[in-house]
Design a protein around this ligand. Structure first.
Ligand code: TRP
Length: 331
C-alpha cells in the first residue's frame, strides 16, 4: 500500500478553507492508503510566534483533525516535535541542499521580506519539510499548490541523497504530489485565499452566532449594489460556499433568486449560514467533547508519536549507516 504523509501547521484555527481544501481529503485518503498526518509545530516556530499559546494551538489542531474524522485506528496522527528524528534528518539533508535552491523558493522570498534579519530557520524550512516526508519514505503527499515547489525540492534532495548514498538504489522514493480535488477556498473578503493570518476565515469550530457574524459582512458579487440588481452567482464567493455546504436543490434556488434579484445577498447568506451550521454541527460537537477531555487527546498523540518514532528509527538507522556514521546512536 502506498504511503501518504502530510503536515499542517498549528496556526491556532482550523478553518473551513483548510477543511474543504485539505482535511476532508485526508479523511478520504485514510481509507485507501497508509497515512501519516503530522501537526508541524517545528515549522510553526520559523518566524515570530506566540510562545504562550503554542502548546494549546498544537493540541487544538489535533482536536480539529480528530473531530473531522481522522481516525487514529487507521492513520498515524502525531506532533512533529515529539519525534526528534525530524530534526536529525533535517540536519543531514541540510548538508546536501544548495543554499541557492532555498533562496529561490517563492515562499521564502515572500516571507523573508517581513524580517529585518532573516532567521536561518526560514531559509531551511523546506529542508525540514523534506525530512518530514523522507523520514517515512512516503510515496505521496497531498498538498496545496502553494507547496508544490517545496515538494519538488524534496524530490531533488531525495535524488541527491540516493545518488550519494543509495548504492545504486533509489532508497528514498521520490514523493509525488497528490493534487486530487484541490480546492482553493477564497476568504470572506473575496480577495485572497482563506487564511488565518488575513482574518478572512470561518473557524471549523465556530458556533452558530460566530458563523453568522462573519458571514453577514462577506463580499458578494460587486455588481449587486442594491437588492434590485440582478446578480451573477458564478462571480460570488458566497455562492461558491453554497456549493460546498448546501444541497444541490438549494444551490439551484439560490442561483435563480440571485439572477432574478428576488433575494438580497443577506437572504442568500442566511440560507448559507443555516446549511453551514448544520454541516459543521457534528464536527463541533466532537471537538467540544475532546476539548473537555485533553488527556484523551494527549493519549492518542502519544500513541501516534510512538508509532512514528518506531518508523523514523528504522529509516534513521539505515540513513546513518549508509552515510558512514559510527554505530552507537540511540534507537
Ligand atoms: N509547509 C506545509 C504548509 O505550510 C506544511 C508541511 C510541513 C507539510 N511539512 C510537511 C506538508 C510535509 C506536507 C508534507 O502547508
Amino acid at each position: 500500500m502506498s504511503r501518504i504523509f502530510s503536515g499542517i501547521q498549528p496556526s491556532g484555527e482550523l478553518h473551513i478553507g483548510n477543511w474543504l481544501g485539505a482535511v476532508q481529503n485526508w479523511v478520504t485518503l485514510q481509507q485507501r492508503y497508509d497515512c501519516i498526518f503530522c501537526v508541524v509545530d517545528l515549522h510553526a516556530v520559523t518566524g515570530k510566534y506566540e510562545r504562550d499559546t503554542l502548546a494549546l494551538r498544537t493540541r487544538d489542531m489535533a482536536i480539529g483533525l480528530l473531530a473531522s474524522g481522522i481516525d487514529p485506528g487507521r492513520a498515524v496522527l502525531f506532533v512533529q516535535s515529539h519525534v526528534p528524528g525530524h530534526s536529525e534528518l533535517q540536519w543531514l539533508l541540510n548538508t546536501l541542499t544548495p543554499i541557492g535552491e532555498l533562496e529561490r523558493m517563492t515562499q521564502f522570498k515572500d516571507k523573508s521580506q517581513r524580517f529585518e534579519s532573516v532567521p536561518a530557520g526560514l531559509l531551511n524550512y523546506p529542508v525540514l519539510m523534506a525530512a518530514d516526508i523522507l523520514l517515512y519514505r512516503a510515496d505521496l503527499v497531498p498538498v496545496g499548490d502553494d507547496q508544490t515547489q517545496h515538494l519538488e525540492l524534496t524530490r531533488e534532495i531525495a535524488r541527491k541523497w540516493n545518488a550519494d548514498f543509495g548504492g545504486g538504489e533509489a532508497w528514498f522514493p521520490e514523493p509525488q504530489p497528490l493534487l486530487t480535488d484541490a480546492k482553493r477556498i477564497m476568504g470572506l473578503d473575496g480577495e485572497a485565499k482563506m487564511s488565518k493570518s488575513l482574518g478572512n476565515t470561518i473557524g471549523l469550530l465556530d458556533g452558530p452566532e460566530e458563523i453568522w457574524q462573519k458571514l453577514r459582512p462577506a463580499k458578494t458579487d460587486p455588481a449587486r449594489v442594491t437588492r434590485k440588481d440582478p446578480g451573477t452567482p458564478e462571480v460570488c464567493n458566497v455562492y461558491h460556499l453554497h456549493r460546498y455546504f448546501s444541497p444541490p436543490e438549494t444551490v439551484a434556488v439560490v442561483a435563480e433568486n440571485c439572477r432574478g434579484a428576488k433575494w438580497g445577498c443577506l437572504d442568500c447568506k442566511r440560507v448559507l449560514a443555516d446549511t453551514m451550521i448544520a454541516t459543521l454541527a457534528p464536527i463541533r460537537e466532537r471537538a467540544l467533547d475532546l476539548r473537555s477531555h485533553p488527556a484523551r487527546v494527549d493519549q492518542i498523540l502519544g500513541d501516534g508519536a510512538a508509532t512514528a518514532r518506531r518508523l523514523a528509527g528504522e529509516t534513521l538507522r539505515e540513513v546513518r549507516a549508509r552515510m558512514g556514521f559510527l554505530p552507537g546512536a540511540p534507537a
